[in-house]
Design a protein around this ligand. Structure first.
Ligand code: URA
Length: 442
């Protein structure tokens, strides 16, 4: 009866209070509310929206439907970074060891790729032996000794969100700012954080291409209501981040970044987010100093060594940091060249992401098995001038038909024209509880 009453009330524009959200989340997680009723309720929320108190209460209800990681006895700041998802986004794999090597605990709980965007867990699977299926006890132990654990959401973390997110995915109710904000924050708050940095993507390859600031503000409000300060940076996803797109290829690029050989755009986003993490953690109050500390950890090799320790502790082969050739290798490797001279006007992330799926490197359903070796390394950047026949990218495929599929994807994704509009600024806005700061305008 509870669900029906609440569906009708929400349908008619009413509110659901904190106690009701809690009862709903617990009953749904326990299987006492059928999917059809929850789907109807979620659609009513999608259409009618949720106010701040309701969004907060829903977050809290989903958070409390399961277990949480209690890291309070560590006595160290605990900061995570969350990205709203993109193509070529391997920042988490660089940031976790880098920031952990500076004494900040980073309980990094990541997801798998779905749709055109990749997922950190899939990328990490390409490191031979690396195990991301950690129990909360193991994660706690790893964070205690190495300041980091790279793991998936366990079945006991926010189980109500797990079920609701899957249901939303199948019922056209994902793209709602309060539902997304509550869903992400319920999982992040379960990590027992003292601060959170959000990388909110904007541009054609982003999940919500134009609603980044609103989403960031809502997550900042939820964080504030849960004693977890949140800072968001808006970063460009109108082209892939870095050059490598595809699971093992991205791990290789992340390793290069930790060794000081990362591409400039990847390093800029990594340092911008990392500086926010270090300031939130209280390691420094000065952004220039934060940059210097991160550059030193990379320059001295300490960040790369720290990644080796994390890999070893999670059952993986640490030799991969010195020899990325240990990662899965594609059978076919071929260059893709410019069909004409002109400016590179677009490198479209969605088309690249779909190309990776066509090569077998991404999923269309959660059950799909993926080929970790395939993908693209794209050296062409929007705005570059290229001559006909000049290499723009490399295709990594499992066989000849794969190479042709890769070619078709790149023909759609990389556009050459007589002129090119400037791409979005890489790190454009900083959003905090105090307001929105424009860092670089388009
Ligand atoms: N990621 C999540 O975890 N939840 C959403 O609702 C959307 C993206």
């Amino acid at each position: 009866m509870l669900a029906l009453r609440l569906i009708e009330r929400k349908r008619d524009g009413g509110r659901i209070d904190a106690g009701e959200w809690r009862a709903l989340a617990n009953a749904y997680a326990a299987g006492h509310i059928p999917d059809y009723q929850m789907a109807a309720l979620l659609m009513a929320c999608f259409l009618r929206g949720l106010d701040r108190a309701e969004t907060n209460a829903l977050t809290d209800a989903m958070l409390r439907s399961g277990e949480t990681l209690d890291l309070s006895e560590l006595g160290r700041p605990r900061i995570d970074k969350h990205s709203t998802g993109g193509v070529g986004d391997k920042v988490s794999i660089v940031l976790a060891p880098l920031i952990a090597s500076l004494g900040v605990a980073v309980p990094m709980m990541s997801g798998r790729g779905l749709g055109h965007t990749g997922g950190t867990l899939d990328k990490l699977d390409s490191i031979p032996g690396f195990d991301t299926h950690l129990s909360l006890d193991t994660a706690k132990q790893l964070i205690g000794t190495l300041n980091a654990a790279l793991m998936g959401q366990t079945s006991t973390i926010a189980p109500a969100d797990r079920k609701m997110y899957a249901l939303r995915d199948a019922t056209g109710t994902v793209e709602s700012i309060p539902l997304i904000a509550a869903s992400i924050m319920s999982k992040k708050l379960a990590e027992g954080l003292t601060g959170l940095v959000l990388d909110v993507k904007r541009g054609s390859g982003a999940f919500l291409p134009t609603m980044g600031i609103e989403l960031a503000q809502m997550m900042i409000e939820i964080g504030a209501d849960h004693d977890c300060p949140v800072v968001a940076l808006l970063t460009a996803m109108d082209r892939p981040l870095g050059r490598a797109c595809g699971n093992a290829l991205e791990v290789e690029e992340a390793i290069l970044a930790l060794r000081g050989e990362g591409p400039p755009d990847l390093m800029r986003v990594t340092y911008a987010l990392g500086a926010e993490m270090l300031v939130l953690a209280g390691v420094t109050r000065d952004y220039d100093d934060a940059h210097r500390q991160m550059e030193r950890q990379i320059g001295t090799g300490h960040a790369a060594e720290h990644f080796q320790r994390i890999i070893e502790a999670q059952g993986g082969n640490p030799a991969v940091v010195d020899d990325p050739a240990i990662l899965p290798q594609a059978a076919e490797v071929e260059l893709f060249s410019a069909p004409r001279r002109g400016f590179v006007s677009r490198v479209e992330p969605r088309a690249i992401g779909r190309g990776i799926i066509a090569l077998g490197g991404g999923r269309t359903t959660m059950e799909d098995r993926i080929d970790l070796s395939v993908g693209f390394v794209i050296t062409a950047r929007p705005g570059d001038w290229v001559e006909q026949g000049e290499p723009l990218a490399t295709i990594f495929a499992k066989d000849r038909p794969g190479v042709e599929q890769g070619r078709a994807a790149l023909r759609t994704a990389i556009l050459i024209a007589d002129e090119a509009d400037p791409p979005l600024p890489l790190v454009s806005h900083r959003v905090t509880a105090a307001g929105v700061e424009v860092l670089e305008s388009a």
